[in-house]
Ligand binder design. Structure first.
Ligand code: SAM
Ligand code: SF4
Length: 352
């Protein structure tokens, strides 16, 4: 693979020489990796318009999915190199049979400070308890509206009731906190959904986060004009509810956090399009079929599954991972017109 062009962006200095093993995974711009997203399946029971096509999308065959043994081996390797946050995702991760068993295995790895799940919530009524017992510590539930009809339109499934029941079940397990709600923000859509979702945050203590629509939809319908920015949603909430006061965040945080001025209800804005946070990105992604991606928008992937299944040693595996991390992309080019190339897979196939 050719080296990433060493173009500087704010706060990032290209480094000439790869960092040699110091228990960390560092890229050529000095960013230290701390967060690994592991996709456990590319399948999904929803068909959200901003993510999947209405029909079609070839599923991976079962043999190509990493086994729990393979996932655990890789997770241990990454954690030994300083990765401390692991998030399970998909597709819809709760569709992977035995998910709580995988959570239990990962929860035993020393050094993980956050073991979380991103889910559409449909299966939580049955799975909240086994996931809590297995040691899950955090959760993000994707929910774009509290209106049944609109939910059906956006997910192409009439299942808001099940998601709300799942959330209610989740509340019974205080070891999984905070409960975060992720809503994708799209123009001509989310303007009316923002206030009800923010009121949910105030009422339930969930952290509601608005994520700008990114060009990762399988249909390829994304347009710049369809991005409703975090700034615009913040203005709606401040006009309709009350001012929002910033909460200080860690450097690597992708979310701009706010609390309503009366102290009730936390809102987050994840603004990858209008305010890219590539300079502090510390994330890696492992697809369900064992390909390491160093950016959501990667064109190239690093195959870990083939060597894993060919008897590679941990030292060799680590060398491969270091090489991949070293080539982590400088930044996405969503705002650079012709220079932007769509990622090699869509969101549900990557693991958001
Ligand atoms: N199925 C699970 C879920 O929906 O939470 C996990 C996988 S989903 C791909 C992960 C997250 O990506 C969800 O919060 C979803 O809303 C978000 N997402 C999907 N497509 C997106 C897009 N085009 N732009 C921004 N976020 C997107
Ligand atoms: Fe499925 Fe999640 Fe994509 Fe919706 S966002 S289609 S629930 S993978």
């Amino acid at each position: 693979m050719s080296a990433t062009p060493l173009v500087q962006i704010q706060g990032l200095q290209p480094r000439a020489v790869p960092a040699v093993s110091d228990g960390q995974l560092v890229d050529s711009f000095g960013r230290v990796m701390g967060d690994l997203r592991i996709s456990v399946t590319d399948r999904c029971n929803f068909r959200c318009v901003y993510c999947m096509p209405e029909e079609g999308l070839q599923w991976l065959n079962r043999e190509s999915l990493l086994t729990f043994d393979e996932i655990e081996r890789l997770a241990r390797l990454f954690v030994a190199q300083g990765v401390h946050e692991i998030r399970l995702t998909g597709g819809e991760p709760t569709l992977r049979p035995g998910l709580p068993d995988l959570v239990a295995r990962l929860a035993k790895i020393p050094g993980i400070t956050s073991l979380s799940l991103t889910t559409n919530g449909f299966m939580l009524k049955n799975l909240a308890r086994p996931l809590a017992e297995a040691g899950l510590t955090r959760i993000n539930v994707s929910l774009d509206t509290l209106d049944h009809e609109r939910f059906h339109q956006i997910t192409r499934r009439p299942w808001l009731k099940q998601v709300l029941e799942g959330l209610a079940e989740l509340e019974r397990y205080p070891s999984i906190r905070p409960i975060k709600i992720n809503a994708v923000a799209m123009r001509h859509w989310s303007e009316t959904e923002a206030v009800p979702l923010a009121l949910l945050a105030r009422e339930k203590g969930y952290i509601v986060r608005f994520i700008e629509f990114m060009p990762l939809d399988a249909d390829g319908n994304w347009e710049h004009e369809r991005v409703l920015t975090g700034r615009e949603i913040k203005a709606i909430l401040e006009r309709e509810i009350m001012p929002l006061v910033p909460i200080p965040t860690e450097k690597s945080s992708t979310s701009r956090r706010y609390r309503f001025a009366d102290g009730v209800g936390e809102i987050g804005f994840i603004n990858p399009v209008s305010e890219p946070f590539c300079a502090s990105c510390n994330r890696l992604r492992l697809t369900a079929d064992g390909q390491l991606r160093t950016c959501l928008f990667s064109i190239d992937e690093w195959d870990l599954r083939t060597p894993l299944r060919s008897g590679i040693t941990d030292e060799q595996l680590l060398e491969l991972v270091r090489d991949a991390v070293w080539h982590k992309e400088l930044k996405h080019k969503i705002n650079e017109g012709e220079a932007f190339q769509r990622a090699s897979r869509s969101m549900s196939q990557i693991g958001g």
